[in-house]
Design a protein around this ligand. Structure first.
Ligand SMILES: [Zn+2]
Length: 510
């Protein structure tokens, strides 16, 4: 008798839908696997047969053949244990084959018959077509994650016995309440109130956060660049429900989120510094690690001390930033994962770190130029805002000054208001923030009056801006107008945006 079961596995960080057929014939006991299953799946089948015996199921010794298809796709891992168990049980007529229709089985099985949690349940369920299963059997520990998938009927099992009883109709399988886990925001005591004497910096960071614009912080060490980066996450725009689901599915797929942290409700903040290995950035297929660029999707990728990055690393980041995805080569088969990160970086303006304070800088002009030249123009062009961190005057460190400083809450309120304006404005197009405006969209949403056009044209010619940089200026001007709750971009908004972009001229044209 042949049985057929819907299953899925995760191969190189991608969901692979699988059908498993089991055939049981009389003859010398033998277990044969065909259809692209690797050695880990063979181990699965052996484990499952022993687990069934340990669960008290008597299976007479016979020739068992398991067929996995589509055969040309590789099958790997332990995700298919539960499905293999169901297929064998149906082939032995322990359960009715009809009971397997319209169902998908996901989960690992222990030798003692326990059903163990697996990663990637949410992305598997969101990619399961109705024809592949309207109901799913999953490990109990994955129940909350599965509830996020919405429409599928979820049955949670903690042992093989429960699965068998449920499929035999002896006992109704457990249906979790369907309650998706509540969001638990992470506590972070770091507040912008602690960043002293940098009101212009805070203003620029607020603008960057409100439109999700990329920015580069330049300044000597001790001026607050890392402090600022650490506090950025708290003022970023909130994730929409759809974004939360997509991000949770991605994190579940790559196994970078524990079950108790689901759903992902906050934008990720990932950092990378040169010298920690390129694979940490780009990912490692063998280790099923997607890399920091993918883990920073819809959040921030922070690059510490940019001038230490080799040119080819910057080029890899630039490419991923342009495409919003990272490509992987799985033995000639190319696939990609999302990497829509906001790029935030920091660096010293010169080797000694004191430039442009010429009284303190010990570098020669040639050294300052060499330092700046480490960052290519094409990388700089992807930076919407350059923020200079000046030396902090002594008075700024006083307690009375601290009382007047802007707090994280104040900045967050402003950013959230500006983001809501963007969300409303772009509700009919597939973007949520100003940084994603295409050149065509810029024509529609960043209109200037004739006097402003003239100002921009003069700036374009005087500063030898590229078309890309000019678009950056317009997008940032749009965000500044949104922060002021102004429907139209004002001249002051445009001038401020030009000023925020122009600072690289001060450092790269010494
Ligand atoms: Zn110097």
């Amino acid at each position: 008798m042949i049985s057929q079961v819907n299953a899925a596995c995760i191969c190189h960080m991608q969901v692979q839908m699988v059908k498993i057929e089991a055939l049981v014939l009389d003859g010398l006991p033998e277990l044969t696997l065909v259809g692209g299953a690797d050695s880990s799946v063979k181990e699965s089948a052996v484990r499952v047969i022993n687990a069934l015996k340990n669960a008290g199921i008597k299976l007479p010794p016979k020739r068992i053949t398991l067929n996995f298809y589509p055969a040309e796709e590789k099958k790997t891992g332990s995700h298919m244990d539960l499905a293999i168990a169901a297929a064998i049980l149906a082939a032995y007529a322990v359960i009715d084959r009809q009971a397997l229709q319209n169902s998908i089985f996901i989960g690992e099985v222990g030798l003692n018959g326990a059903v163990l949690p697996v990663r990637g349940v949410l992305p598997i369920l969101t990619q399961t077509k109705p024809s592949q299963g309207r109901q799913c059997y999953i490990p109990l520990q994955n129940a909350e994650e599965a509830a996020l998938a919405g429409e599928t009927i979820v049955y949670a099992v903690s042992t093989l016995r429960e699965l068998i009883d449920g499929l035999q109709g002896k006992q109704a399988p457990f249906r979790p309440a369907g309650q998706a886990p509540a969001a638990v925001p992470e506590e972070d005591a770091a507040d912008f109130k602690d960043v002293s004497g940098q009101p212009a910096v805070k203003r620029a960071v607020k603008i960057a956060a409100a439109g999700m614009h990329s920015f580069l912080m330049i300044g000597a060490s001790g001026t607050g660049k890392t402090m600022t980066a650490r506090r950025l996450r708290r003022i970023l725009p909130p994730l929409t429900r759809q974004e939360q689901m997509e991000l949770t599915a991605l994190y579940s797929l790559v196994g970078s989120c524990s079950i108790d942290k689901m759903p992902v409700t906050e934008r990720p903040m990932r950092s990378y510094s040169a010298g920690t290995g390129l694979k940490r950035l780009t990912g490692d297929l063998k280790k099923q690690f997607p890399g920091e660029m993918v883990l920073a999707d819809r959040g921030v990728l922070f690059l510490d001390e940019l001038s230490a990055f080799p040119a080819n690393t910057l080029e890899i980041i630039r490419q991923a930033s342009d495409e919003g995805r990272v490509r992987f080569d799985d033995g000639g088969r190319i696939f990609s994962l999302p990497a829509g990160f906001m790029l935030v970086s920091c660096m010293n303006a010169c080797k000694c770190g004191a430039y442009p304070d010429m009284g303190k800088c010990t570098c020669s002009i040639a050294e300052i130029r060499r330092h700046a030249a480490r960052i290519s123009q094409s990388f700089l062009e992807r930076t919407d805002i350059c923020i200079h961190f000046p030396h902090i005057p002594y008075e700024a460190l006083s307690t009375s000054e601290k009382a007047q400083r802007e707090t994280t809450q104040m900045m967050q309120d402003e950013v959230h208001r500006a983001f809501e304006i963007q969300r409303q404005r772009y509700r009919d197009i597939p973007i949520t923030s100003n940084r994603d405006l295409t050149p065509d969209m810029i024509k529609t949403y960043c209109r200037l009056d004739p006097a402003q056009e003239k100002l921009l044209q003069e700036t374009y010619e005087k500063l030898h801006l590229s078309a890309r940089t000019m678009h950056s200026v317009l997008k940032v001007a749009r965000t500044i107008a949104d922060l002021e709750e102004s429907e139209k971009i004002g001249t002051a908004h445009l001038i401020e945006a030009i000023g925020l972009r122009n600072i690289d001229r001060n450092f790269w044209k010494v």
